[in-house]
Design a protein around this ligand. Sequence first.
Ligand code: SF4
Length: 334
Amino acid sequence: TDPVFEVEDLRVAFALEGGGRIDALDGVSFSIAPGETVGIVGESGSGKTQLFMAAMGLLARNGRATGHVRFAGTEILGLPPAELNRLRGARFAMVFQDPMTSLNPFLTVERQLTEVLVTHRGFDRARARDAAIQMLERVQIPEPERRIGMYPFEFSGGMRQRVMIAMALLCGPEFLIADEPTTALDVTIQAQILSLLAELKRDTGMALALITHDLGVVAGLCDRVLVMYAGRIVEEGRVQDLFREPLHPYTAGLLASIPRADPMSVEDDEPPLIAIPGQPPDLQHLPSGCAFRTRCRFAFERCAREVPPLRGAGQGRAKACHLDQPPAVGTPRP
Ligand code: SF4
């Protein structure tokens, strides 16, 4: 089957005031199949958000994107805003970390939800209202008939995120992009929103890209993971493969730093909780060669000389690292 979403050699650069530029994305390529859930994982500065901002035509003014982004075979990079808007909301949608950035604080939820259906589906107000109430029910908002008349600020953080998800799903998109959808929420609500997303995904068959800094979040939800660092994909693979045997030291570090569900029950054979040393990548001052090398316990001489390309490693896996052997999770440097 043809991919629902395809990125080819995408580059994003931001011009800096007073000259110079930052390369936020440096030749990223991947595709997402219909119905597939792909986690895109990385720290701030990894480019994971810019990737989709570029695709959605939402880059900051000083940003420039080149390459290809295709949705269901149609090139969408550089599409005029009106055409992109027609697709966005109707056939693909995006959910952000902070729903207040996408919900209008001055309009009731009813007004905002019905507007989507009136614009994209040509529904009349009454029919749009019924469909919106049904969708609020679907995302498990209690008393939807009453709450639909409320303003966004009258909802709790978790409920607002549900409203946002409802709005994104109103038109039955084939592809949903969720950018840190649970980061601002407490752990219990996080788990509820993730299981809601999993359920909606199962029922609708839509494809899902889940952008997160937390590899733990993708574990239960995703089929495949892309790990990003400093504007590149450094590892790619199926979730179970990547969790069992990470190929890139950065992935190994991310895995080792996932907090356990019950931190009191650490068994002897479990690796200890390890944080990756150093700071997230500073795109203006990247080291030569492998951008991760100043934080990598396995760095050797070649890492300073050559940028490791992303190379296939069999079974749908790929890594960008000069090491021949995968790093053992949690082990000290040999
Ligand atoms: Fe570490 Fe070198 Fe691999 Fe980069 S290429 S991750 S520095 S071992």
